[in-house]
Design a protein around this ligand. Structure first.
Ligand code: ADP
Ligand code: MG
Length: 222
């Protein structure tokens, strides 16, 4: 079953006079449980493609399907619900809430989705163990290394059990040892939780963690 599918999407920014054509005719099909690496030069449209797939922006033309649902046919409220339940985002700079503890950051999606925290207590414990930060659950992000903060953001991305993780240069800000730990964690989550992963990366080494590498060049798939 395809979890992520795009049909000939294009993205143009700006108006007729000053238009920037960023993506052209992108058709992609990513199956459940796949780990895919997206590569391409800076400015080739990788982040834009990730945002379109994650429903953070809309294509100029073409369609995006998540679990067979054409997401741009959904009303805003349904769209954010689909996003919350199905997609975990991981960004280069972690985007943690600085005045919340590790465990409160991880539980944020639970609160945002209006669920009961106590129903997620066991899952929180399990995830803290997976990311190796049980001893840091009460710490603030500022007390953690970059690699640890990224592991917290991955925990936050998977707390609700999404089918997909979209990661935009997740190790772009990390030293190679922390980067490897983060990549190993993605691989483990992909295998053990069956979560489909689409990661943008500049690193050939990180890309090799994927089952397959796709490349963008000047807004087109190679
Ligand atoms: N909101 C926007 N408005 C105008 N141009 C944009 C916008 N977002 C991205 N772009 C342009 O689209 C191109 C691709 O950007 P991006 O997807 O961020 O590339 P990458 O992630 O591969 O570095 C760049 O030329 C960028 O300037
Ligand atoms: Mg980018």
């Amino acid at each position: 079953m395809s979890v992520i599918k795009t049909k000939s999407i294009s993205k143009v920014f700006g108006d007729k006079k000053h238009e920037t054509r960023v993506l052209e005719d992108i058709s992609l099909d990513i199956e459940k449980g796949e780990f895919v690496s997206l590569m391409g030069a800076s400015g080739s449209g990788k982040s834009t493609l990730l945002y379109l797939i994650g429903g953070l922006d809309k294509p100029t033309s073409g369609e995006v399907y998540i679990n067979d649902q054409d997401i741009n046919k959904l009303k805003d409220k349904k769209m954010s619900e689909l996003r919350r339940k199905n997609i975990g985002f991981v960004f280069q700079f972690y985007n943690l809430v600085q005045n919340l503890s590790v465990e409160d950051n991880i539980m944020l999606p639970v609160i945002m989705d209006g669920r009961k925290e106590k129903d997620y207590k066991d899952r929180l414990d399990k995830i803290l163990k997976i990311i190796g930060l049980e001893g840091k659950r009460k710490s603030l992000p500022s007390e953690l290394s970059g690699g640890q903060q990224q592991r917290v953001s991955i925990a936050r991305a998977i707390i609700l059990g999404p089918s997909i993780i979209l990661a935009d240069e997740p190790i772009g800000n990390l030293d190679s040892k922390s980067g490897k730990e983060v990549m190993d964690l993605f691989k483990q989550i992909n295998k053990e939780e069956g979560i489909t992963i689409l990661q943008v990366t500049h690193s050939e080494e990180a890309a090799e963690y994927g089952d397959r590498i796709i490349r963008l060049k000047d807004g087109r798939l190679e």
